[in-house]
Design a protein around this ligand. Sequence first.
Ligand code: 5GP
Ligand code: MG
Length: 175
Amino acid sequence: MAFRISEEEIRKRVQEIAEEINRDYEGKRPLLVGVLKGAFVFLADLVRYLRVPVKIDFLAVSSYGKHTESTGEVRLIKDLDHPIEGEDVIVVEDILDTGLTLSYIVRLLQDRKPASLKTVVLLDKPAKRKVPFKADYVGFEVPPVFLVGYGLDAYEMYRNLPYITELKAVEGEDG
Ligand code: 5GP
Ligand code: MG
């Protein structure tokens, strides 16, 4: 049986994370930084459950290229539109795997002197970690298998699936 997280499970967990953020950031105006492209679905759902006033920006990095195994190399492809000095920044990422991407992003943003910097990931694969990294908010711990759906792609496909599943469960179905 392939690993799978249903649309309903995702919705419930995203609401719970939003409630934690609502509590933790009461009275603040956090800046959410979405990591393109994978986090776009999670970010879009998450912000609609937030009651604290938020600003949104995006950055894009590349670590995997076209492969399903990390190359260990992280490149900044698109930077933020605005400075973040003094901002309460929350980095929103789809999945934490080796930890290389988020460590890189946190180092990059920390240098710009935000008032605070936290990370939220929908999925965490602790078994695959190469550098130690703990996200402040985690949706689900997942097994070390390649997942697609809900923003996550394989060769740019499957981002639109409303649920999360193993690549092997959908491969061959539509191309
Ligand atoms: P890390 O740098 O932590 O190894 O990897 C984080 C990035 O790798 C994520 O933003 C995501 O783009 C990609 N990634 C890691 N695991 C998976 C997976 O199971 N499925 C997909 N589609 N991407 C993954
Ligand atoms: Mg990706």
